[in-house]
Write a protein that binds this ligand. Structure first.
Ligand code: F6P
Length: 360
């Protein structure tokens, strides 16, 4: 057996731990050849190809290393390859490259976009694929959790701890923008863990006046500082209370300078308090994976070998009720997980006084 392995889309802490586990298990227990493909699918499409034979030795020291040693990109869709003249379909070339390199299949580690590409490659080009999900956003419905999420949460929680002391010293309203374009899991979990006073999520269009009232209430109660966590996809409700339509969200965020800016401006209209914004950005994606993510990534890497060994191409590794199994890619790519309105975590947050910007 000769298997290619690649990482696609944005990076997440734990990618290297998956690669390491896959390579060690595949080579030591099965004697396969494992070929690393550089920069997502690009390594197979460029000339000369950028491929490298992986060995347990080449994976030494990878368990705790952030990023991906194979490199990645979120601009390498073989079905819509970007050219100055517009996107072109290079999926046929990719299939030829896989055949020429005598690869029996590809193990594709990536987020929802990469999983959709992998599934199309199998369906439309006959390339056998096994998927391994990753995203710090934890918004893939097919798996209970993805590696990278907890590392991002810990980073955001640490940021809140730090902002707490400076906010308190200056009596300021401190806004922390965290990642989470479509789903607010990082904001919600880090917000509760870091003692935020307000959490704003993409799933709950918020009323800035309510947030301002929370700030004012805290001042009246002798707590003249407030910590507000804003997910990068969170927006105020429109005047009639409805959400900004999905198609307009990206533009609204761009025009407004980002979710944190928008929230700070909107809330400051209602309350006279000094405010500052911290955008945590890619710090959440960098650095070492925390122990939970190293463990999950290792389990996913091992499970990917098991799927390949069993000939279960077309499946994606996932964890469900603490058991790592495979799920058909068709199913895995069909839905995302958002924070539900009846989330127990939101109820927990409200119980300890956190404001979500909207009445229950
Ligand atoms: O999907 C993961 C994620 O980190 C999002 O939370 C964020 O919106 C996006 O990637 C950022 O992507 P890029 O690295 O391309 O700026």
């Amino acid at each position: 057996m000769r298997v290619g392995i690649l990482t696609g889309g944005g990076d997440a802490p734990g990618l290297n731990a998956v690669i390491r586990a896959f390579v060690k298990y595949a080579i030591v227990s099965y004697g396969w050849d494992v070929i690393g493909v550089e920069d997502a699918f690009n390594g197979l499409l460029e000339s000369p190809r950028r491929l490298r034979a992986m060995t347990p030795r080449s994976c030494q020291g990878l368990l705790h290393r952030g990023g991906t040693v194979l490199g990645t990109t979120n601009h390498g869709d073989p079905f819509a390859w970007s050219t100055p003249a517009g996107p072109i379909d290079r999926s046929g070339e990719l299939a030829s490259a896989v055949a020429e390199e005598e690869l029996d299949g590809l193990v594709v580690i990536g987020g929802d976009g990469t999983m959709r590409i992998a599934w199309r490659l199998m369906q439309e080009r006959g390339i056998p694929v096994v998927g391994v999900p990753k995203t710090i956003d934890n918004d893939l419905a097919a798996t209970d959790v993805t590696f990278g999420f907890q590392s991002a949460v810990d980073c955001a929680t640490d940021a809140l701890d730090r902002l707490h002391t400076t906010a308190e010293s200056h009596d300021r309203v401190m806004f922390l923008e965290v990642m989470g374009r479509d789903a607010g899991h990082i904001a919600l979990v880090a917000g509760i863990s870091g003692g935020a006073d307000v959490i704003l999520l993409p799933e709950i269009p918020y009323d800035p006046a309510r947030v301002a009232e929370k700030v004012a209430r805290r001042v009246r109660n002798g707590r003249p500082f407030t910590l507000v966590v804003v997910a990068e996809g969170a927006l105020p409700a429109r005047p009639d209370g409805s959400a900004v339509p999905a198609g307009e969200v990206k533009q609204a965020l761009k025009d407004g300078g980002g979710a944190g800016q928008i929230a700070m401006r909107a809330v400051s209209r209602y309350v006279d308090a000094e405010a500052r914004l911290c955008v945590l950005g890619h710090l959440q994606r960098g650095g070492s994976p925390v122990a939970v993510d190293r463990l999950l990534a290792t389990r996913f890497g091992v499970a990917a070998v098991d799927l390949v060994a069993a000939g279960r191409w077309g499946e994606m590794v996932r964890i469900h009720h603490d058991v790592v199994t495979g799920v058909p890619l068709a199913e895995a790519t069909s839905s995302m997980r958002f924070v539900p309105a009846d989330s127990q975590l939101i109820a927990t947050g409200r119980a300890v006084g956190i404001e979500f910007g909207r009445a229950v």
